[in-house]
Write a protein that binds this ligand. Structure first.
Ligand code: 5GP
Length: 115
């Protein structure tokens, strides 16, 4: 668990509405949505950035992708959604507890950058 806002949300220390929860992660609506559907998948075990993940985190990282797919299905956006992980402040990461953004419900520019 990390001491960031997401660590506190994932542990329940800060009450939040979970759209999804399992043993390893939770999903919540983003407070400042960038698309009609903007959900964050947050692991209960905090890893600051993707590049800080270790071999031991392999199962958790796979789990987060599977959970994101389940959440997308639950939200009915399984045919068209984008997953984003911001790594480092230069890429726009503001909360240093690894999380996946699920974005859907609007057209996205083609290519690799969110926008
Ligand atoms: P990052 O920029 O680190 O990839 O993403 C952080 C995201 O968390 C941002 O999209 C921001 O709007 C969202 N966020 C920051 N604080 C909170 C919060 O307290 N609650 C929720 N639900 N979202 C938050």
């Amino acid at each position: 668990m990390s001491d960031t806002i997401f660590g506190k949300i994932a542990s329940g220390e800060i009450p939040s509405e979970f759209l999804y929860e399992d043993d390893h992660c939770v999903a919540i609506n983003d407070i400042n949505p960038q698309a009609p559907v903007h959900v964050l998948v947050i692991p209960k075990r905090g890893i600051p950035r993707l590049v800080d993940a270790q071999e031991d985190d392999r199962d958790l990282l796979g789990h987060l992708l599977l959970a994101a797919g389940k959440v997308a299905e639950q939200l009915g956006v399984q045919e068209a959604f984008r997953l984003v992980i911001n790594n480092g402040s230069g890429a726009g990461q503001t909360v240093f507890h690894l999380h996946l953004h699920i974005l859907a419900g609007r057209a996205f520019a083609e290519g690799h950058m969110a926008g």
